[in-house]
Write a protein that binds this ligand. Structure first.
Ligand code: SAH
Length: 289
C-alpha cells in the first residue's frame, strides 16, 4: 500500500462558501476541514488517497469560483491519519444522541446514546448539517412521545447507517436501504460496532420494501429524488405515521413540501441549520385508542 495521501487545498472568497460546502457535501462526503485565513479567504482542506477525485473537485470548484486558489500536495499517511482523527470530534445532537468515531467511544461518561460511526467513504459521520437535522428530528419525535420503543422505521438512503442505528438503539425496529452497496457494507460494520441488531440492512431502494408500512420514514437524500419518490414514500407511511426528509436546501423546501402535500400530507414543520433544512410531518396519533 502506498504510504501517501493527497491533500487538496482550496482558498475562496467568503461569498462562495455555501456553494463550495454544497459541492463538498456531495463530492467529499467523508469530510473536510475549513479555516478562515487572515486575508478573509476561506480555506478548505480535503484528503483522499485518490488524486483524481481531488482533481475533479478542484475542477468543479473552479467553475463555481473564478478567483479560486487550488493546490494538491502529497502528505505522509501518518500525518493524514492524525489529521483525520482530529477532524472526527464527537457531535452531540438534541438531548439524546452523540455521534462518535470508534476510538472515542465509551471514553466519556455521557448519558447520551452513543452512535459509533467508523469514518469511511459513506455519507453520515455527523459533520454535515443534513444528518444532524434528521437526527434532531428523530430526537424530537422520541422526546414528544410521537415515536416510541417498538415502532417500525424505514431509513431510506442510510449511508453509514447513522439514522437507523440511532433509531434501533432507541428501541425501534426497522430497515435501512441504500442503492450504494459500499454504503451498505459501511452500515453493516457500524451496526456491529453499535450492537444495533434490530436494524435490517439491504442494498437497494423502495422496491425492497414494497407494501410495507412504517411508523417513521426517514430519508436524507436530495430534493429532486425526494420529490420524485413522494408517492412511494408517502405510501410507505402508516396512516398516522411520521416522515422526516433531509438533504434539502432552504430554497428547495417549498417544492419538496408541495410534492408531499399533493400526496395527501399536511404542512410540515421545519428544522434549519444554515442553508440546510429538514421537513418533518408528525401525524397526531391517538395512543389511547
Ligand atoms: N442517512 C445518512 C446518509 C445520507 S446520504 C445521513 O443522514 O447522513 C444519502 C444516501 O442516499 C447515499 O448513501 C446514497 O447512496 C443514497 N441514495 C440516493 N438515492 C437513493 C435511492 N433512490 N434509494 C436508496 N438510497 C439512495
Amino acid at each position: 500500500m502506498k504510504n501517501c495521501i493527497f491533500l487538496l487545498t482550496l482558498a475562496i472568497a467568503p461569498d462562495k462558501r455555501d456553494q463550495i460546502e454544497a459541492l463538498l457535501a456531495s463530492d467529499a462526503p467523508w469530510g473536510w476541514e475549513e479555516k478562515d485565513r487572515d486575508d478573509g479567504a476561506i480555506v478548505f482542506g480535503v484528503y483522499s488517497e485518490q488524486r483524481h477525485a481531488l482533481e475533479d473537485i478542484a475542477r468543479e470548484a473552479g467553475q463555481l469560483c473564478p478567483y479560486l486558489e487550488a493546490a494538491i500536495e502529497e502528505v505522509k499517511k501518518r500525518d493524514w491519519q492524525f489529521a483525520w482523527r482530529e477532524f472526527f470530534t464527537p457531535v452531540e445532537v438534541g438531548s439524546r444522541f452523540v455521534i462518535l468515531p470508534p476510538w472515542l467511544a465509551h471514553l466519556s461518561h455521557t448519558s447520551r446514546r452513543e452512535i459509533i460511526i467508523e469514518p469511511r467513504t459513506a455519507f453520515g459521520n455527523g459533520h454535515h448539517e443534513s444528518t444532524r437535522l434528521c437526527l434532531l428530528a428523530l430526537n424530537n419525535l422520541l422526546e414528544s412521545g410521537r415515536i416510541r420503543k417498538g415502532d417500525w422505521f424505514l431509513d431510506l438512503g442510510c449511508g453509514t447507517g447513522v439514522l437507523g442505528i440511532a433509531a434501533a438503539k432507541s428501541g425501534l425496529n426497522g430497515t435501512g436501504l441504500d442503492i450504494d452497496p459500499v454504503a451498505i457494507a459501511n452500515s453493516r460494520e457500524n451496526r456491529e460496532l453499535n450492537d444495533a441488531e434490530s436494524l435490517e440492512l439491504l442494498a437497494g431502494s423502495l422496491e425492497k420494501v414494497k407494501g410495507e408500512k412504517y411508523d417513521l420514514v426517514m430519508a436524507n437524500i436530495l430534493s429532486q429524488p425526494l420529490i420524485d419518490m413522494a408517492p412511494q414514500l408517502t405510501a410507505a407511511m402508516k396512516k398516522d405515521g411520521c416522515l422526516v426528509l433531509g438533504g434539502i436546501l432552504d430554497s428547495q423546501g417549498d417544492a419538496v413540501a408541495d410534492a408531499y402535500r399533493a400526496c395527501g400530507l399536511g404542512d410540515p414543520s421545519l428544522l434549519a441549520d444554515g442553508e440546510w433544512i429538514a421537513l418533518v410531518w408528525e401525524a397526531g396519533r391517538d395512543r389511547t385508542r
